[in-house]
Write a protein that binds this ligand. Structure first.
Ligand SMILES: [Zn+2]
Ligand SMILES: [Zn+2]
Length: 345
């Protein structure tokens, strides 16, 4: 079978390897589609200090069930989550599941960009395989993980009623975050993004205002207009540039929250006015990744029609052309979300 992997800095390759088989408690899934995530691009650029497995937003059909796997049948359409927490350590006991030391050590074999992949018993046992409702298409399925990340962030920081929010960086995950905010009842959601294609995609989902951050003073003006000059309850940094994080601290109201959501550039530092943060009580809350209950909640919202996301997939590229898929995903003027498709698509 074919599988895609990193072959050194800036190099993604598709090569052949034997089909995986299911051991006890394991499941084999034939790939329908897997989204290209911004973190996949950062791994390709050598900008992410973690293991080199790529592809973590896969959906497909169950083709093999190991001994003792309940509640699944061959042919089931499923989303599979690559990381699971242990649910047993002191970090998990406090609910900070994605920061469990075990969490990022778990993964799919050989990754989501493979014609078939093995889901380890650890993932299966902790409910990382989510059967898709009949009306949730493959495209929406590939967006469940990034949308789940937004929901996990919102749980972590505690979204106030009737919130006002601004999302800096409307890449696919920024747009998902903004749509989820609307779906959860936020009163006003604005966003900034350089690429017009992505601003339009955000506006389709009911985002109140989008602006081009290169226009000097445009973000500030939009926020002041929407909040009578008070600043937003929540500013979401959905891009990795450290200057954007510093700016975000000035866009929130007194006592407001900045969510450090996008992966920061490796080695970047925050150069902010600390006395201003202190005196205005600005909370800085990082959030990384997501958990099974949050992915399941996003799935329920998509299945019930309260959250629409499938239109964000702008390109479907077969696995053999993985390199092209990565190239497209890195072009904000051309693509919103790129899905890599496999044999079950
Ligand atoms: Zn992702
Ligand atoms: Zn744990």
């Amino acid at each position: 079978m074919k599988f895609g992997h990193l072959a050194g800095p800036g190099q993604v390759l598709v090569t052949d390897r034997p089909e995986p088989t299911a051991g006890p408690g394991e499941v084999i899934v034939s790939l329908a589609a897997c989204g290209v995530c911004g973190t996949d691009l950062e791994k390709l650029r050598g900008n992410y200090r973690t293991v080199g497995v790529i592809g973590h937003e896969p959906v497909g059909r169950v083709t093999q069930l190991g001994e003792g796997v309940p509640e699944l049948a061959l042919g089931d359409r499923v989303f599979v989550h690559h990381h699971v927490p242990c649910y047993a350590c002191p970090v998990c006991a406090r609910g900070d599941y994605t920061f469990c030391a075990r969490y990022s050590q778990t993964n799919l074999d050989p990754g989501g960009f493979a014609e078939s992949f093995r889901v380890p018993a650890e993932n299966v046992g902790r409910k990382a395989i989510l059967p898709l409702a009949a009306n949730v298409d493959w495209e929406s399925g590939t967006l469940l993980e990034p949308a789940g990340c937004a929901l996990t962030a919102l749980r972590r920081l505690g979204l106030p009623e009737q919130a006002t929010a601004f999302v800096l960086g409307l890449g696919p995950v920024g747009i998902l975050y903004a749509r989820l905010l609307r779906s959860l009842g936020a009163k006003w959601v604005g966003g900034s993004e350089v690429a017009p294609l992505r601003r339009r995609a955000a506006e389709r989902g009911g985002i109140s205002t989008t602006v081009d951050p290169r226009e000097v003073g445009a973000v500030r003006a939009a926020i002041d207009h929407a909040t009578d000059g008070r600043g937003v309850d929540l500013a979401v940094v959905a891009t990795g540039h450290p200057d954007v994080l510093r700016d975000a601290t000035t866009f929130v109201r007194r006592g407001g929250t900045v969510n450090l959501f996008g992966l920061p550039e490796a080695g970047s530092r925050l150069d902010a006015d600390l006395q201003d943060l202190y005196l205005r009580g600005v909370r800085l809350v990082p959030s990384y990744a997501t958990t099974e209950p949050d992915i399941a909640e996003v799935h329920r919202r998509v299945a019930s029609g309260t959250l629409t996301i499938s239109d964000l997939v702008s390109h479907r590229i077969p696995l053999e052309r993985l390199e092209e898929a990565f190239r497209l995903a890195g072009q904000p003027d051309v693509a919103v979300k790129v899905a890599v498709t496999g044999p079950a698509f």
